[in-house]
Design a protein around this ligand. Sequence first.
Ligand SMILES: [Cu+2]
Length: 386
Amino acid sequence: MAYMKKELGLLTLLTLPFISSADWLDVNMPVGVTDISQDVFGLHMLMFWIMIAIGVVVFGVLFYAMWKYRRSNNKTAADFEENHKLEIAWTVVPTIILILMALPASSLLKKMYDHEAEEGGIDIQVIGWQWKWQYKYLDEKVGDKPLSFFSNLTTPSDQYETNQATKGENYLLEVDEEVVVPINTPIRFLITSNDVIHSWYMSDFAVKQDAIPGFINVAKTTINEPGVYRGNCTELCGERHAYMPVVVRAVTRDEYQDWLQSKKDAAEQVAFLTEKDWTLAELMEQGEEIYNTRCAACHQMNGAGIPGFYPALAGSDLVLYDKPKHIEILMEGVRGSQMQSFAEQLNEVEMASVITFTRQSWGNDRAGDGEIVIPKDIVEYKQKDS
Ligand SMILES: [Cu+2]
């Protein structure tokens, strides 16, 4: 009897997902929080049940024939080759079924590809960078430029670089700046890239669009429920492809207006802060934080870089002795290398503090010119440029 027990165990294991239905639902596609995503889910379920019905009919006939014409039943099966009526039927019936399935599918596709701007809608440009997303709110201006920010991964690197560390709740799905959007408002995401091909994916909205340099792909969505939604880059875009999550926070219209105002105030605050007299300690504190989130992925926490890939900043001649060149490389980047321009990513204060931090850390302060860089230096650089 022992073996029977084993079989029964296996049977329960196989049927378990059906028994505890809550777990079973988790295996299915997410329903999402937009009309389109709910339609996609509905279509998926419709197809699923059509497939189940076809499966039941086909296997029903198969098993019936196996049982009816089993040897012990002594039936003799009809013996014929070719049957035109039957052949026409098994061609025509599936064709009709396929056409019936294509109708709702194509009408939904058409709905998904409606990219028209709508009254009261907002446009957000989404730009993929190795390895982060930039968001520009095209209808909201700060000075003469659209409100813009970068969204960087905040999961501490020891969580993904070692096996031991316990993972946080939103492991690899958390960022410093979430994209805040209002609910019940048509939002157009205008998706493009600054370097290689990325893909902006948010399953709760049923949006997945390639971000291609030189092209703009549009995805329109209206979110029905407030909440925080998390997605990924879904195009292999280099070494840190897994580390550029998408996080959208959907809020009420009032909360959205408050958030916009605070963003604009903060941007104006920067102009004021560049005038302030900065001490070394203040610059270092900000600089370290920025270095760890923006630079350490390549140049490493200890500034030693990775030989052959990323130059060391500790002991670098450029960092030690050439302040103008140091500012220039951060403002302009190095064409054709992974060292990108940070001019748009960091404001004057952040830029000055991260440069100062690299000039004063890892023993760099003991040699070289030791000059710190203050926000005014960056302002001057920008003025010279224009
Ligand atoms: Cu990517």
